[in-house]
Design a protein around this ligand. Sequence first.
Ligand code: C2E
Ligand code: MG
Ligand code: MG
Ligand code: MG
Length: 278
Amino acid sequence: EAKAAGRGTRVVFAPAMLAAQVAEASLTQDLHGAVGRGEVVVEYQPVVDLTTGRVDGVEALCRWEHPVHGRISPATFVPLAERSGLIDEIGAFVLTAALRDAEVWAVAEGRDVSVGVNVSAHQLTGGKILAAVPSGRRGRTQLLLEVTESTLVRADVLPVLDELRRRGVRVAMDDFGTGQSSIAALRVMPVDVLKLDRAFTVDIATDARAAGIVRAVAAMAHELGLPMVAEGIETTAQHHALRDIGCGLGQGFLLARPMDAAATGAFLTRSPLLVGAR
Ligand code: C2E
Ligand code: MG
Ligand code: MG
Ligand code: MG
C-alpha cells in the first residue's frame, strides 16, 4: 500500500511496514522447530454428501499453537512457511499425520476414507513429495492432494502431479474461481476433484449472478466427470441452493467444523462414511 501511495507518502508508512516486517521475521523465527516442539497440530473437517448428508471424507487443516500468541491460522503462517522454505517440513508432518489418522478411522469404520491434504507449490517442485507418497492408496485410505490453480499452472509441478496421479493420488483444484486461470488450468491439467471457493457459497442463496455462475460450473464439472465440493457452507439456504444446483459435496461450519483427530473419529462413527460416492 505504501508503495502504491508513491514516493512522497512512503516515509509516513515506513514505520508500520518495518513493524510488519519485524513481526513477520520474528514469527518466522519462531516457526523454526515448531513441528519438533509439537506446536503444529492437524484438524479435520468432514466433507459431506449434500443430498444424503453422509460423510464422504475429511480435509486436513493445520494450526500453529504458538507458545505466546496462541493459536495461529494457516492463512497467516503458511505464507511465512512458504517464503522461508519451512513448508516442506510442515507439509510432510501434515501429510504423515493425515495418512496415519485416516487409516485408523478407515480400519475402525471398515470403510474407505478419502483424506484431503493441502500442498503448496514448494512441496511439489523437485519432486520431494514423491518419496513421501509411494502410493495414493494405502490400506483403505485414499489421498487427495488439494492444490490451488496458481500452483497447478506452474510448468515445474506438472510432471510431479502427473507422477502422483499415476500412483493413484487424486488431485483437487482448490479455491476454484479465485485465481486468474481456472478454466485454462482445468483444460491442461488433469484434476480429479473441483473445490469451489467459499466466495461463491457466500452469495449463492441471495445473488442470482453467483447462483448462475455456480450452476454453469456445476454443469462443466459434470461434463468433465469431476466431483464438485463447495467450501464454506454456513446456512441451510446455501446448503439447499448448492444441492439443488447439483453440487454433490460440501464442507462448512453448518455441516461440521474442523476438529481434532479424536473428535473427528467420534464424528465419523456417528455419521457413517459413504462408500463409493465417487
Ligand atoms: P482451504 O484449503 O480452502 O481450506 C478451507 C478453509 O475454510 C479452512 O480455513 C476452513 O477452516 C475454512 N472453513 C471451512 N468451513 C468454513 C465455513 O463454513 N465458513 C468459513 N468462514 N470458513 C470455513 P483454515 O483452516 O484457516 O485454512 C486456510 C487455508 O490455509 C486453507 O484454505 C489452505 O489453503 C491453507 N492450509 C491449511 N492447512 C494447510 C496445510 O497443511 N498445508 C498448506 N500448504 N496449506 C494449508
Ligand atoms: Mg483445501
Ligand atoms: Mg479450498
Ligand atoms: Mg478456500
